[in-house]
Design a protein around this ligand. Structure first.
Ligand SMILES: Nc1ncnc2c1ncn2[C@@H]1O[C@H](COP(=O)(O)OP(=O)(O)OP(=O)(O)O)[C@@H](O)[C@H]1O
Ligand SMILES: [Mg+2]
Length: 663
């Protein structure tokens, strides 16, 4: 059990916890929630021992193994698979132990004690799951959205976001009693997110997860810990239950509640207006549901000390932009300038009209960000044209925007610099006093306008970037995962502001609640094209599952076809001339594939036999045996493991060859 008793926790002058008393039981799945800057990440620092309590008592069972996601960017040329396998700390330790004993054994093969140690080391390693460590790691990596050809690529060949996914996989790889996850969904797409939910639902230890994603929390937690005003409160229930309970509590505080009535009235008016509009279409229906939910949380939202709005854009061109027969893609990094660029999307012809609210859907790596970046002029179209309407003013928000902030500078310095850069084009007052006032409306109070950005929490930084974007008064918003790091109240505030925004919106997000509440239509980016997605988010989730199934089936069929092709002689029917050549090529490839397939079949057979023997041996070694027999069994086990390792490597190499032939 984790116990906090009267805990006081500080960060410089700020008191983050003041007399926190809470118990967490083994096996509980806990959501840790609270506003940006409330102290959630700092509480994790207490849990993992990198920060100490300033008062009171804090206790975590000593023998608990803890797994958490490292926050640093990994810089190694180990393969993705090896890196993730390395996350299993117990396995890594046992491997090191085994290596040491093996060295001793080689120096002195007649020593019975060493033989015994060797046998024990093998058994321990087998118990720790050595034999399936690689497939376990690879299942995690693939689940988080990597492609199978990336499994062996070096870690430092991936971009930042993808390396952080590998860090997540590494944490999940580690067998643990306590799993700490600080905003694990930030670097994920919707499909990887759905996969992670399913994985966490099967996790058996105690889990504490910090997240601002309501649907994710509801799916994976059953207890909620809330930090507010330096108090830590435990609620039995997932996030939605917690919200209901909070709302009830607040209603009971009648005085405070009545003060919030005009905020609620404002929201209500807006809800009514949209309900009237949104009646028939299926997408609109789901938006009505989202609005009904907003109605329910209105008191909570009203409690939020912060709402904002986008200023009415000066003018709104229509169409905003039109794309005709364009191809999108990028110049692969590390390749020379004149290497052929990589085309991801082709034949894109679409117009974006004034007032449209488009959610952009699509699996990992299908080109959502490429599409958005091209429209944002961060990169050029490879072919075709993107024509902008006159007076188009794009507000672009992307994940990497956080890197644009300068850690040494404070929020005010950022605003001043931006105002200066925009110069006479700026549509807002640029005086320091005005800028301070503006920052204040984004909850950067007196002290915080002078706090270096580097010491701010993730959500505080994201809020600053958002403020800087609003200040520029855009008429087309291009938002690529804007809610990462933002707390729920700020997300609600963003959802309301986006709903009231009069310009056009294009949104990429894995935040289902946000997509539901602000988008009227969806584009689907996939299989090299951009198409309308006819349906709502539930349909999309079903589509993702179907796609995954389809891909699995396709893989199966390919294997089956390859197998039949190898088994059955290829008949030579009379074919028209133009197809003859194709057929010949196919036949040639199938001829080349034959010996490879034969060897694969042999390896499969040998691996099955070796695995069976290994399992039997392991079973025997778990029984009490005479020492000499144990040592023999240990030697045999080592030989088997070595052989299986070699077979697996060969198998992989062969299937790569097969794949290359099929391509
Ligand atoms: N080194 C530091 N110096 C000064 N203030 C700090 C320092 N580290 C953190 N803080 C402040 O302490 C508060 C708590 O930070 P913490 O990162 O724990 O918040 P959080 O709840 O995780 O927020 P978020 O949801 O945005 O991640 C923030 O207001 C932050 O600005
Ligand atoms: Mg945090």
């Amino acid at each position: 059990m984790i116990t906090l008793k009267n805990v006081i926790l500080r960060r410089s002058a700020k008191k983050l916890l003041d007399g926190a008393t809470v118990n967490l039981n083994p096996g509980e799945k806990v959501g840790l929630v609270g506003r940006n800057g409330a102290g959630k990440s700092s509480l994790f620092a207490l849990f993992n021992g990198s920060l100490h309590e300033d008062g009171g008592d804090f206790y975590v069972p000593k023998q608990w193994r803890m797994a958490q996601v490292a926050q640093d960017m990994p810089e190694t040329d180990d393969s993705a698979t090896d890196f993730v396998v390395g996350g299993d700390t117990r396995l890594t330790e046992l491997r090191a132990t085994l290596a040491a004993i093996e060295t001793a054994y080689e120096a002195n093969p007649e020593d019975a004690d060493i033989g015994m140690e060797l046998a024990h080391a093998y058994t321990d390693l087998a118990d720790a799951g050595e034999h399936d460590a690689v497939p376990r790691a690879q299942a995690l990596i693939l689940g988080l959205g990597f492609k199978s050809h990336e499994l062996d690529e070096p870690v430092n060949s991936f971009s930042g976001g993808w390396r952080m996914r590998l860090q997540l996989a590494r944490a999940l790889m580690c067998p643990s009693d306590l799993l700490l996850l600080d905003e694990p969904t930030n670097h994920l797409d919707l499909d990887a997110l759905v996969w992670l939910e399913a994985w966490l639902q099967k996790y058996e230890g105690t889990m504490i997860v910090i997240s601002h994603d309501r649907e994710f929390l509801d799916a994976v937690t059953d207890v909620t810990l809330h930090i507010a005003n330096a108090q830590l409160t435990r609620y039995g229930g997932n996030y939605s239950k917690f919200e209901d309970m909070r709302a009830l509590q607040m209603e009971q505080q009648q005085v405070a509640f009545s003060k919030q009535q005009d905020k609620i009235a404002h929201l209500q008016k807006f809800i009514d207006r949209f309900k009237a509009k949104a009646s028939k279409a299926k997408q609109a229906q789901s938006r009505v549901k989202a609005l009904e939910r907003m109605e329910k949380v209105a008191p909570l939202l009203a409690e939020a000390d912060f709402t904002f709005e986008f200023k009415e854009p000066g003018n709104i061109p229509n169409p905003m932009l039109s794309i005709s027969n364009a191809s999108f893609g990028y110049q692969a990094s590390g390749e020379s300038e004149d290497a052929a660029p990589k085309t991801i999307l082709r034949g894109v012809s679409r117009s974006v009209l004034a007032g449209q609210r488009i959610g952009i859907l699509g699996a990992n790596g299908q080109g959502k960000s490429t599409l958005v970046k091209t429209i944002a002029r961060e990169m050029g179209a490879l072919a075709g044209e993107v024509t902008e309407g006159k007076g188009l003013n794009i507000g672009y928000f992307a994940q990497q925007e956080l890197d644009v902030l300068r850690p040494q500078d404070n929020p005010l310095e950022h605003m001043v610099r931006m105002a200066r850069e925009l110069g006479s084009n700026a549509k807002e007052a640029t005086g320091e006093q005005a800028l301070r006032g503006f920052l204040g409306s984004f909850n950067f109070s007196g002290d915080m306008v002078k706090q270096p950005v580097g010491t701010m929490s993730g959500g505080e930084k994201a809020r600053l970037v958002l403020a800087m974007m609003v200040w520029q008064r855009p008429n087309l918003l291009l938002l690529d995962e804007p809610t990462n790091h933002l707390d729920l109240a700020t997300r609600e505030a963003l959802a309301v502001a986006l709903n009231e925004f009069e310009g056009t919106l294009m949104l990429v997000s894995h935040d289902r609640a946000l997509l539901r509440s602000v988008c009227d239509e969806f584009w689907l980016v996939g299989r090299g094209v951009v198409a309308d997605f006819d349906g709502d988010l539930d349909d999309y989730q079903r589509y993702l599952l179907d796609e995954a199934k389809r891909l699995r089936e396709e893989a199966k069929v390919a294997v089956r076809e390859a197998a039949t092709a190898a088994a059955a002689p290829v008949a030579a029917p009379a074919v028209p001339q133009q197809r003859k050549q194709d057929a010949q090529e196919r036949q040639q490839r199938s001829e080349q594939a034959k010996p490879i397939k034969r060897e694969i079949a042999q390896i499969d057979e040998r691996m099955a036999a070796a695995s069976t023997e290994r399992t039997a041996l392991e079973a025997r070694m778990s029984q009490p045996l005479p020492a000499a027999e144990i040592a023999d069994a240990g030697k045999r086990l080592k030989a088997l493991n070595d052989e299986i390792g070699r077979l697996e490597e060969r198998w992989l190499a062969l299937s790569d060859q097969l794949e290359a032939l099929a391509a």
